[in-house]
Design a protein around this ligand. Structure first.
Ligand code: GAP
Length: 475
């Protein structure tokens, strides 16, 4: 195993050990590609959501947020093209009955080849995918003698399309019930509410509608922990623009979204743009923002120029006029759409991978090490940990007064067990940016020791300043 793979395994274990992410229904041996967020994971995830929501809505006067239902009228998915097009080419191995997404199977094999050969194989695959050439994809798998990881054979079926939407029944009696889908993207909830929001909010083009919510996809090959899940969350924003201006807005949102990522302090070398080779059925341009995970550069967010496809489709299927009257040019039109779509769980994984560090702190006298999550302070689950040096002499009471003063503003944690050093290590492991120790001097001169997570430096500051020191870092 490579060092990066070791690191990724260590991150997965860390997420479990410190209450960030658990396998769903673990006591029943888990449910594949479904995960639960634990006590610190839920806080971190919520902080990422809030950071996105605030940057989209509060900081843009022409973007508003909605919260649409997961269940939608079944015609929605006919209109959007998901019933006919939301599928991936799959291939089954006849000996193991294991099903693979064709691109994942070929990509997995490419990773085992020398770089030039791997890239050549991926280039061939991209061409065939673009042409929807399923016979060609099967030949490529056969020519390269790509084996099933379970049976070890090359006994493959034809390549077929497989729809990724989950369906369920709406209604109590089977005969009366109708089939509906769990939404595979949140975007359609925005499109079908375009007129509602535009009219009630008196919105003027260009304007955006943002939303955070669950989406579901029956991913065949679920890999890499929470990178590819069957139930996940998206943070999407549809920006409605005048036809003909979409290219300009596409470039603007590309840039703005990259700046959002970099505003969290990540090394820019860890990010790049990757243009889509095969465009989705609704797009005239599309790019991914990719981050360098321990398993390579992978997509975190997509920026798509979706044309007027979705609104026009809903207009046709609903037989309701979905148009905007632009008073500046005295014209009615169906707006074009630029979409920014980021996976919340992927952003969570990125944040943890980017923050995770194993540090050797050994000195000639003593072996020492720590695992620290260098999370951006505004995203950290706990902002301030407060430790009384001892359990007596009124120190716990003083610590609790500080917590009472701060907890209305940010998340605090109180701990009196074990040595201060051990308490620091536990907070490092969950990414707490500040730890404060209350000692006997505190009672004499009203000062405390504040310890900074990344530098491990400690300084003496007035107790009365602690709240503002933390607030300055997290606002
Ligand atoms: N509305 C457009 C759309 O859904 P997408 O590229 O299919 O586009 C957008 O998905 C984002 O959603 C991706 O960039 C990724 O971050 C996230 N995503 C997609 N499938 C996912 C999955 N199975 N598990 C976790 N995140 C996923």
């Amino acid at each position: 195993m490579s060092t990066d793979q070791n690191k990724f395994q260590a991150i997965i274990s860390h997420c479990k050990e410190y209450g960030f992410v658990f396998q769903s229904s673990e006591i029943y041996d888990g449910l594949s590609a479904v995960y639960d967020y634990g006590q610190y994971g839920a806080e971190l995830k919520k902080n990422i959501k809030d950071y996105w929501w605030k940057s989209m809505t509060q900081l843009h006067e022409n973007i508003v947020g909605i919260d649409a239902a997961i269940f939608m009228h079944p015609t929605t998915w006919k209109a959007s093209g998901h019933v006919d097009n939301f599928s991936d080419p799959m291939i089954d191995n006849r000996d193991s009955n294991k099903r693979y997404r064709v691109d994942h199977l070929i990509e997995g094999h490419a990773e085992t080849l020398p770089e030039a050969a791997g890239n050549a194989l991926l280039a061939q695959m991209d061409e065939l995918l673009k042409e929807n050439d399923f016979a060609g994809l099967k030949s490529l798998i056969e020519e390269n003698k790509i084996k099933c990881s379970v049976s070890g054979t090359v006994n493959w079926t034809e390549v077929r399309q497989f729809n990724l939407m989950f369906s369920t029944q709406l209604g109590s009696v089977t005969e009366e019930a109708s089939e509906i889908f769990l939404r595979p993207e949140t975007a359609q909830g925005i499109f079908v509410n375009f007129l509602n929001v535009q009219k009630t909010g008196r919105m003027k083009v260009p304007f955006g509608i943002a939303q955070i919510g669950k989406a579901f996809r029956n991913e065949i090959v679920a890999r890499q922990f929470i990178f590819r899940m069957r139930e996940f969350e998206q943070m999407e924003m549809q920006f409605f623009v005048r036809p003909g201006t979409q290219q300009e807005w596409y470039e603007k949102w590309k840039e703005e979204r990259m700046q959002w990522h970099l505003s969290l302090g990540t090394d820019p070398a860890k990010y790049h743009f990757k243009d889509h080779i095969k465009l989705a059925h609704y797009a005239d341009a599309a790019v991914d923002i990719e981050y360098e995970f321990p398993f390579g550069f992978k997509e975190v967010e997509g920026i798509h120029s979706r044309t007027d496809f979705d609104l026009k489709q809903h207009q046709e299927y609903s037989k309701k006029k979905i148009q905007y009257f632009d008073t500046e040019i005295n014209q009615n039109y169906v707006p074009y759409v630029i979409e920014t779509s980021i996976g919340l769980d992927r952003m969570f994984l990125l944040t943890i991978c980017n923050a995770y560090e194993e540090q050797d702190l050994s000195t000639p006298e003593k072996q020492d090490s720590r695992v620290v999550l260098k999370l951006p302070a505004k995203l950290a689950p706990v902002k301030l940990a407060v430790f009384p040096l001892t359990k007596k002499d009124g120190l716990p009471e003083a610590a609790k007064i500080l917590i009472d003063e701060c907890k209305k503003f940010f998340h605090c944690y109180y701990e009196e067990k074990d040595s201060i050093g051990k308490r620091y290590r536990r907070q490092d492991a969950i990414g707490t940016p500040f730890c404060v120790t209350i000692d006997h001097q505190t009672k004499e001169d009203g000062t405390v020791t504040i310890r900074h997570r990344d530098s491990m430096e400690q300084e003496r500051v007035p107790l009365s300043e602690v709240r503002n020191i933390v607030l300055n870092k997290i606002m």
